[in-house]
Design a protein around this ligand. Structure first.
Ligand code: ATP
Ligand code: MG
Ligand code: FE
Length: 355
């Protein structure tokens, strides 16, 4: 199966052609991502209107480029997969309408893919994982611990009750005067800082649920910075290092609890696995923490290559391929984009029943 994928839910315009073999293995044939980082950096965050316009300008060319790199024509494609939520509605409309137009013109089926499902299934493309496994998604817009049971079969075990983890990095960077996006800047500063200097809160540590919270941490950083006025380079480095340490400790507790629950519910799974996805997965301290946690708990730790952890269209194409291969129905051309679209079964059932 050859699937064309389109991703426009946030600030990356992306197109990709992915091949799925009958045995379930897959290969990326052509993959292009255009980041809008420069368009948004002056504003310190993603501006929805600018994002939507940038998708319009770039998407057609990117699709042609992905097909070219894959060495295939539209006729050779078996289906089109376009992200239809969750995300910024303007961008979703651009991507989904383009997908619909191609589906209409070629007569090929269209899969309206949940962006989170793309992240959730990537590890099957890159590492051939089998169900079930756990996924920690940590990006600018999401912080979720998801049980991946099968194609279209997910349970959300935990989510953030306030800021997403990437958002916490971005806001912390901003209030420390570091450039956008904040994650890489904070990580760079933390390298020369003292992680023990500030005893920042570790929200929800010990809590029986599997949720996350990061807004209190951000507030503590603000208070620390204000109490030091004027702050030196070393102060900032120390704050960044202490901030990252608090996050590592929090994740160790939260995710550790998730691993134990997985082992309790799936005692017969011989090689349990934890997958990390999202832009924050670039963080080395976070990776080391998760690796250690997995080692201690007998889990395989899977971190796909970074360009497949951040937003891309290969994961969307792959999710479409998985849905098609699993015999799930394609979507009608009347399918609508959804800015909010939780992945888990329970939430989907509620939407389906109109509640
Ligand atoms: P979405 O949440 O819709 O999937 P997004 O564009 O917000 O999309 P990504 O592109 O996956 O998310 O990731 C961007 C986020 O990752 C930003 O918040 C950024 O600060 C964070 N990030 C990137 N590199 C690092 C790093 N080294 N350490 C910590 N955070 C990082
Ligand atoms: Mg992004
Ligand atoms: Fe994403």
């Amino acid at each position: 199966l050859r699937i064309l994928g389109i991703e426009t839910s946030c600030d990356e315009t992306a197109a990709s052609v992915v091949l799925r073999e009958k045995d379930g293995s897959g290969r990326i044939l052509g993959d292009v991502v255009l980041s809008q980082l420069e368009e948004h950096s002056a504003y310190g965050g993603v501006v929805p209107e600018i994002a939507a316009r940038a998708h319009v300008e770039a998407l057609d060319t990117l699709i042609e480029e992905a097909l070219l790199r894959a060495g295939v024509k539209l006729e050779d494609i078996d289906a089109i997969a376009a992200t239809s939520g969750p995300g910024l509605i303007g961008g979703l409309i651009v991507g989904l309408m383009t997908g619909k137009a191609i589906a209409r013109a070629t007569g090929k089926p269209l899969y309206a893919v949940n962006h989170l499902e793309g992240h959730a299934l990537t590890a099957r493309l890159t590492d051939g994982l089998t169900f079930p496994y756990l996924m920690l998604l940590v990006s600018g817009g999401h912080t979720q611990l998801i049980l991946v049971k099968g194609v279209g079969d997910y349970e959300r075990w935990g989510t953030t009750i306030d800021d997403a983890l990437g958002e916490a990095f971005d806001k912390t960077a901003k209030l420390l005067g570091l450039p956008y996006p904040g994650g890489p800047a904070v990580e760079r500063m933390a390298r020369t800082g003292d992680p023990k200097r500030f005893d920042f809160p570790r929200p929800l540590v010990g809590d029986a649920r599997l949720d996350f919270s990061f807004s209190g941490l951000k507030t503590a950083v603000r208070q620390a910075a204000q109490s030091l006025e004027p702050v030196t380079e070393q102060d900032i480095a120390d704050i960044c290092a202490s901030f990252q340490r608090a996050i590592s400790r929090t994740l160790r507790d939260r995710v550790g609890r998730g691993l134990k629950r997985f082992k309790a519910e799936f005692a017969t799974v011989s090689e349990p696995a934890l997958v990390v996805a999202g832009g924050v997965a670039a963080n080395q301290e976070l990776r080391a923490t998760l690796q250690e946690l997995c080692d201690q708990n007998g889990f395989r730790f899977v971190a796909p290559p970074l360009q497949l952890c951040t937003d891309n269209a290969a994961m969307i194409a792959w999710a479409g391929a998985e849905r098609l291969a699993a015999g799930l129905a394609a979507d009608g051309l009347d399918v609508a984009p959804r800015s909010r679209w939780p992945l888990d079964n329970h939430a989907q059932a509620l939407i389906g029943s109109g509640k």
